[in-house]
Design a protein around this ligand. Structure first.
Ligand SMILES: [Zn+2]
Ligand SMILES: [Zn+2]
Length: 363
């Protein structure tokens, strides 16, 4: 009887963590899409919640990886909470994870300096304490000595750039030349920076998107209105921390922000190919109906680039997230197959450049 109770408790606990996990995308063979938010705060710097809330929010949002990146230089509650060890936020949150849990936590911190260089996150660090240094470059160097993946936070932040334009200062160029940082936030909280995307692409930096959450996720992003926190998807060979870290260093990411996906074509195209299926429902007279399915959480906002005209729409189509759309096409003759070419108006691969896809459809 005791054993049975124990088994039931284990099953219930396991189910509560595994049951409702969201599938964001079908992933292509041999790849895992690791859902991550690598810039979040708790009361261990200037956030408003204990780290346990961050773990629970991450579970609710079906995340695979988070890092509590507390400010080293900015502690809001230092009169109330004594933090002699800057790794405590990580240790506390890591201690809350269950065995076999999908969610992982890695140690990280935010090096918080005036511009330049501004704020930098270092994740996969071994010890946050030695990173506390008045010189921003020295702190970033120490993070690199520990094998950290370092990225530039909110380069478009209006407190640092009053025009909201992300741009490199000489110190950033110096850090880039010495390969001391490896990624850049193209999305932070509710902002998107096309200039940061340009900086990422022209300097081989990893494209990052994070919530930088300080309050509650549910208050910042209204789920009932279809909102969600920014998520960086890391395309990893497996689910180990080593593989995920390698993928970050190899720029294997794309970002989901509002209704948009942002990332390099080589990273996004295989995912979209996997998540879009087009099949024929047959001809009536010389008009064929095709069904477009979207297996992903992102709506497909499509512009048709092919030669035919549609019987019920113009060139703009929207296939809802995890939904489908039937389209009638006037092919003039009864054909065996057609090529359908689309541009995704909400999938950005470079400034002013949108993902294009051509699918061969058997009719
Ligand atoms: Zn910051
Ligand atoms: Zn921050």
């Amino acid at each position: 009887m005791k054993n049975l109770t124990l088994i039931l408790i284990i099953l219930i606990t396991f189910n509560s963590y595994s049951q409702k996990r969201k599938v964001f995308f079908k992933s292509s063979k041999g790849n895992f899409l690791i859902s991550s938010d690598l810039h979040i705060h708790s009361v261990f710097s200037d956030g408003e919640v204990w780290p346990s809330i961050r773990v629970k929010e991450a579970r609710r949002d079906s995340l695979d990886l988070i890092s509590l990146t507390e400010h080293l230089e900015y502690l809001s509650y230092k009169n109330d909470i004594i933090i002699p060890d800057r790794n405590r936020s990580y240790i506390v949150s890591k201690g809350l994870l269950q065995k076999e849990e999908a969610l992982a936590v890695v140690n990280g911190t935010e090096i918080t300096k005036p511009m330049p260089p501004g704020h930098f996150n270092a994740i996969f660090i071994k010890d946050a304490n030695p990173l506390l240094n008045p010189d921003g470059k020295v702190a970033i160097q120490e993070a690199n000595n520990q094998g950290a993946f370092v990225f530039w936070n909110h380069p478009n932040w209006v407190e640092n750039r009053d025009d909201g334009i992300a741009r490199l200062d000489p110190l950033h160029r110096e850090l880039l030349n010495e390969k001391l940082f490896h990624g850049i936030e193209v999305v932070n909280e509710n902002t998107y920076s096309e200039e940061a995307l340009e900086i990422a692409l022209s300097n081989n930096l990893t494209i990052m998107g994070t919530s930088d959450i300080h309050g509650l996720i549910d208050w910042e992003y209204k789920k009932n209105d279809g909102e969600h926190r920014p998520i960086t998807f890391i395309i990893s060979k497996n689910r180990t921390i080593k593989s995920i870290r390698d993928a970050l260093f190899n720029q294997k990411t794309f970002v989901w922000h509002k209704d948009m996906l942002i990332g390099k074509e080589e990273n996004i195209l295989p995912v979209i190919k996997e998540n879009m299926t087009i099949s024929s429902k047959g001809y009536y007279k010389k008009i064929v109906t095709v069904n477009i399915k979207n297996h992903s959480v992102v709506p497909f906002k499509l512009k048709y680039l092919g030669e035919y005209t549609f019987h019920s729409y113009n060139s703009f189509l929207e296939v809802p997230a995890k939904g489908e759309l039937n389209v009638t096409i006037k092919t003039k003759e009864i054909l065996d197959s057609i090529e359908m070419k689309f541009q995704f108006l909400n999938i950005v691969t470079a400034p002013k450049k949108f993902l294009e896809i051509t699918k061969s459809v058997k009719l």
